[in-house]
Design a protein around this ligand. Sequence first.
Ligand SMILES: *Cc1c(COP(=O)(O)O)cnc(C)c1O
Length: 382
Amino acid sequence: MNKELKFDEQVNVTKPKLPPFQSYVEKIKSVWDSNWLTNNGPIHEEFKQKLKTYLNSENIELFVNGHLALETALKTLGGKGEVITTPFTFASTIHAITNAGLKPVFCDIEPENFNIDSSLLEQHITEHTKAIVAVHVFGYPCDVYKIEEISKKYNLKVIYDAAHAFGVTVNGKSITDFGDLSMFSMHATKVFHSIEGGILSFKNRDLAETLKSMKNFGINSHNDDIEMIGTNAKLNEFQAAMGLINLKSIDEEISKRKKIYSIYIRHLKDIKEIAYQAELENIAHNYSYFPILVENNKLRDFLFEEVKKYNLNLRKYFYPLCNDFSCYDYDSKQTPVAKDISDRILALPMYSDLKEEAIVKIIKIIEHETNIFNKKMLSVLY
Ligand SMILES: *Cc1c(COP(=O)(O)O)cnc(C)c1O
């Protein structure tokens, strides 16, 4: 290793953004006056209104986290059946589907943007198919128009795991415009956060009452009876306060990340073993992550291990694939593209206060260790 490149402090892939301490304290002060801590309090309501405007969505409901929001959304489908989804996602997507009593059917992904391959969707549709659960991986929108076309043709619901896609637009339209329902995660490590939190944005306004009831033990506003099996997934006032403050600076946050993205690609161009995602036309991206695709699995694993000596923690994100988890009985052989991507993917640090100096250092470390790897491979050959 090259000692000069070592970071003094641990550098991770994400770093939660905290607003100025005083601004948070001021926002939560009213909780001590109102004594209203959770259950649709005034800060929750203010947050909800502001999110409707920002996401350009008429119907949203807030949840304690993204996972329970997604699980609740899936339960509104009612009954058993199959959903077509991707293995290249966070464990949450597949657990939510399974916990909702549905069976995930894995469709392979596109090698360019790592999203579900819409050209393969139809071959997975059976009489049991209820919905398509697609993920806007790393904030890059799925093939939303094709997915809409297929869902109409077969009368399927479309639920987007938009956990990574807060603030993204397609042809100037909010990402919430696509699908029946979209879930956003507001976890501390996401682009936009409320400590923990989840948002469901949906088209059918009648769902609002159902979702409100489901996240509050099935309790409803019209009678004493409990008509459905609910859960507890309410967002509290302290989360809403954090979200409201962070929402004020979200555009600034995204533009800082855009700069970081451009610094990365400027420097990475010279390393031929590394590929990265190009900017897409007509998409306003949120630069939620900076994934790279390494030439082969051996080099990926080598880099992942070796960079730790520099106090640099990269992430194999997403690895392993969900259809390789031992808690389930599926097989990644059926999704060869996803398997290949998952074996070569590596996420680099991406957060707004990442300095140019640090980015340059990260790239030098990768370059240096790639050269060491290549020399090793050569010595094995000869
Ligand atoms: C973060 C994440 C979730 C879960 O969101 P939480 O708010 O952490 O519960 C679901 N799906 C994906 C793809 C995620 O990255």
